[in-house]
Design a protein around this ligand. Structure first.
Ligand SMILES: [Zn+2]
Length: 221
């Protein structure tokens, strides 16, 4: 059976001519939910994605802003904590007009403008839910891996024939994600480290500081 097409992305030329950024310690990632996922599930999915990216060897700081329950009213304040995130991913209920995503893609990462690195990505939650239901898998873990896949695109990776960057996740992939982590390959991790170093203006060796994720008012490192 054909698997679910996870994500799509189109990258143009990105790095030539970029101004050298002022060195910073960590890449900032902002996850904004418009779907109304409960806050606990959103934090769990974002923490899983953070962990997968962290395993690639880069230091990132994540903020997840729920749009459900009592936290809904505080979302603008949450979003304002990271006014200029390096990466911004929105969780949408479904694909929106104008997004050139294949019919079953779970999300999409946008290329950067000429001379810039990509910054924006989207998840289409109805497709995440369908994929999880298809295999009887954990919806939150499926979401976490989908987020990591999109972030993987923004950090310089295209699709691969296996692992988290596969375009078509089959039942086996989804089950593996439901039971544990599916990580970036060593080569994908190398591209991520190089991409993050470029964004932060730091040498490769200085991009990673091991730190466990914390849950505190929607913030995750
Ligand atoms: Zn993809």
């Amino acid at each position: 059976m054909k698997g679910f097409t996870v994500l799509v992305m189109v990258f143009g030329p990105v790095s030539m001519g970029m101004a050298r950024p002022v060195p910073r310690a960590a890449l900032t990632v902002l996850i904004g939910d418009t779907m109304g996922i409960d806050a606990s599930s959103l934090h769990s999915a974002a923490a899983l994605a953070w962990r997968i990216v962290d395993k690639a060897g880069v230091h990132t700081e994540w903020t997840a802003c729920p749009a459900s329950g009592p936290e809904r009213a505080s979302q603008p304040r949450c979003l304002s904590r990271v006014p200029r995130p390096d990466l911004l991913l929105w969780i949408l209920p479904s694909v929106v007009t104008g997004h050139p995503a294949p019919r079953v893609a779970m999300g999409m990462a946008l290329p950067g403008n000429p001379g810039e690195l990509g910054k924006h990505a989207y998840i289409y939650y109805d497709r995440v839910r369908s994929a999880a239901q298809f295999c009887g898998c954990d919806e939150v873990r499926t979401l976490g891996h989908a987020i990591a896949h999109e972030i993987g695109h923004l950090l310089g990776n295209t699709h691969s024939t296996s692992g988290i960057m596969r375009a078509d996740w089959n039942r086996g992939d989804l089950v593996a994600m439901s039971r544990g982590h599916v990580l970036f390959s060593p080569e994908e991790a190398r591209r991520i480290r190089a991409n993050v170093a470029q964004r932060l203006g730091t040498p490769l060796a200085n991009t990673h500081r091991q730190r466990k994720p914390e849950r505190k008012a929607g913030l995750m490192p």
